[in-house]
Every structure is written in structure tokens, then in C-alpha cells.
Write a protein that binds this ligand. Structure first.
Ligand SMILES: Nc1nc2c(ncn2[C@@H]2O[C@H](COP(=O)(O)OP(=O)(O)O)[C@@H](O)[C@H]2O)c(=O)[nH]1
Ligand SMILES: [Mg+2]
Length: 281
């Protein structure tokens, strides 16, 4: 696991090292470095004041700041019987890929992938392709209403004793109201079939989008009740600090992080491993 972190976060680490090596006034440079690392101004100030007050180094200060963070609380939730995860987020952030990677990790469970991204051309086919590669069943239909696919897919999952269902959706950054209605409808549909809401509603965001990723987290947090975040493409950015800005805004750390394009490149988020591997001091 730590090897994957090390490899996946190497861009961030190189970036941070260079910045700090050139420091003259330590705290001033550190502040600048953290902000250019996409750590928000508020969090940067908190980190620096912990450093000064407790005479801790940078990594230990970050860990201290989040000492109440509970890795167990941050784990994925499962239920007896059928467990359902709804994946939301805008086009291209990595929802379908994340679903495939996660399904691959749970290949010992009877898993169904529901193709409820009825918006993007080729979305169903992409999921089906992953299904074939991983030997996991995919439920898809030629309809435009995602809730219609979800309804039938869940009925199918229920009557065939599936244990795990991942629902792939299309999230458009449209007006809040229609997006909220669409999310509500999906959730009501899930409730209608299963008499419960999904165990996880995971917002997938792309770390390479920086401030825009932060915006998406705030946006989706207002339209649907999120249980967690998946931060993808951390291997493609030097700005790993975005996760702290997001935590500050929506009070969620990622539950999962994407560290590459392969099906193995998805990891549970571990704060200590993250901090240890994202920067050199
Ligand atoms: N480097 C990298 N690429 C990723 C990661 N996750 C997804 N991708 C790529 O991002 C692109 C869009 O992913 P996709 O799953 O289709 O996004 P969706 O539109 O949200 O379903 C694909 O080319 C993926 O291979 C990641 O963690 N690292
Ligand atoms: Mg997709």
C-alpha cells in the first residue's frame, strides 16, 4: 500500500521539495508553498499556527491538526444482504473507472454494475467493456431516464441475490434545482425497491482540476447527501493539498484515492500515509 502511495504521489512530492529547498524565510515560503499546493488560505494558516505553537514539523503539524480524524469512520459502509453505492460527479472525473477498480477489489462478492449514465454517448458500452474484462455483470437499458434503469437494475439485483451494486450515473453541472431533482428521484427509486437509501453516495472528483474540484465538492454537497469522496488522478497532479481544502469546506476526507489508470490503482485513503508521501521536508 505504501509503495502505491509513494509512486502515485511522486509528482506532488517533487513539487513540494523544490519549493521548500528554495526557502529563505521559512514560514513565508512555507505559506506560499502550501497555497500553491492547493491548500486553502484558512487551512494553511491553521497548519502554520500549529507548527509555531507546538514546535512541530510540517508533517506532524498536519497530522496533529487532523488528530480526530478516524480512519475507521472513513471506511466504506456495508450492510448484510445487498449493499448499494451510488457514484456521482461530472463527466470525465473517473466514475466509471473507479467503479471498475472497486468492483475488481470486491470480486469475491456477487456484484452488479448498473449503467445509469444515460447521458453520455458510449457510457453503457464503457461499463460493459469493464464488466467483460473483470467478469462482472452489468445491467444496462436503452432508456433516457436513469431512475428507470436503476429501478429495473435493483429489482434484478434483489431477485438474483446480488451482494453489491454499484450505480454509475451522469452528473452534469447544470442548475442546482434540476440536478437536485434528478438525485432525489434516484434516491426515491432506490428506497422504493429496497426500502433503504444507498450505503454510500460517493462523489468522484478529479484532483487535477484543482479549485474546480473544490467547487464541485461544494456544489454536490448541496444537492445530495454525500457519504464520501473519491479523489482520482492524484498521480497526475503536484497539488495534493486540495484534499485539505475540501475537508475544510465539506468536512469530508476521501474514502478512496485514484493513483493511476490501471485497475489496481485505487487505494483506501490513509491520512498518515498520504501526508508522509505527498511532500518532502
Ligand atoms: N491517471 C489517472 N487517470 C484516471 C484515474 N481515474 C480515472 N482516470 C482516467 O480518466 C478518464 C475518465 O475516466 P471515466 O471513468 O471515463 O470518467 P467518468 O466520465 O466520470 O465516468 C479515463 O481515461 C480514465 O482512465 C486516476 O486515478 N489516475
Ligand atoms: Mg462514465
Amino acid at each position: 500500500m505504501f509503495e502505491a502511495y509513494k509512486k502515485g504521489l511522486s509528482k506532488a512530492k517533487d513539487f513540494f521539495k523544490v519549493k521548500l529547498d528554495s526557502s529563505e524565510d521559512y514560514y513565508e515560503n512555507l505559506e506560499e508553498s502550501l497555497i500553491s499546493f492547493d491548500v486553502s488560505y484558512e487551512v494553511t494558516n491553521k497548519i502554520i499556527s500549529v507548527m509555531k505553537k507546538n514546535k512541530l514539523n510540517l508533517k506532524d503539524s498536519i497530522k496533529y491538526l487532523y488528530k480526530d480524524y478516524d480512519p475507521y469512520h472513513n471506511r466504506l459502509n456495508f450492510s448484510e444482504g445487498l449493499t448499494v453505492y451510488l457514484f456521482v460527479g461530472i463527466n470525465g472525473v473517473g466514475k466509471t473507472t473507479t467503479i471498475a477498480k472497486l468492483a475488481n477489489q470486491y470480486s469475491h462478492k456477487k456484484t452488479l454494475l448498473i449503467a445509469a449514465d444515460t447521458f453520455r454517448a458510449g457510457a453503457k458500452e464503457q461499463l460493459k467493456k469493464w464488466g467483460e474484462e473483470l467478469n462482472i455483470e452489468v445491467f444496462a437499458k436503452d432508456v433516457s431516464d436513469p431512475s428507470a434503469v436503476i429501478y429495473e437494475g435493483l429489482e434484478y439485483a434483489k431477485s438474483n441475490n446480488f451482494e453489491l451494486v454499484f450505480i454509475d450515473t451522469a452528473g452534469r453541472l447544470q442548475n442546482k434545482e434540476p440536478l437536485m431533482q434528478e438525485m432525489d428521484k434516484m434516491n426515491r427509486t432506490i428506497y422504493k425497491v429496497l426500502n433503504k437509501y444507498p450505503e454510500e453516495t460517493l462523489l468522484v472528483i478529479d484532483a487535477t482540476q484543482g479549485q474546480n474540484a473544490l467547487f464541485q465538492a461544494e456544489y454536490f454537497n448541496e444537492v445530495v447527501k454525500l457519504t464520501g469522496i473519491v479523489m482520482t488522478k492524484l498521480d497526475g497532479t503536484a497539488k495534493g493539498g486540495i484534499i485539505f481544502s475540501i475537508k475544510e469546506k465539506v468536512n469530508l476526507f476521501p474514502k478512496l484515492i485514484g493513483l493511476g489508470e490501471d485497475k489496481e490503482d485505487l487505494r483506501a485513503f490513509d491520512l498518515n500515509a498520504y501526508v508522509d508521501n505527498m511532500m518532502e521536508e
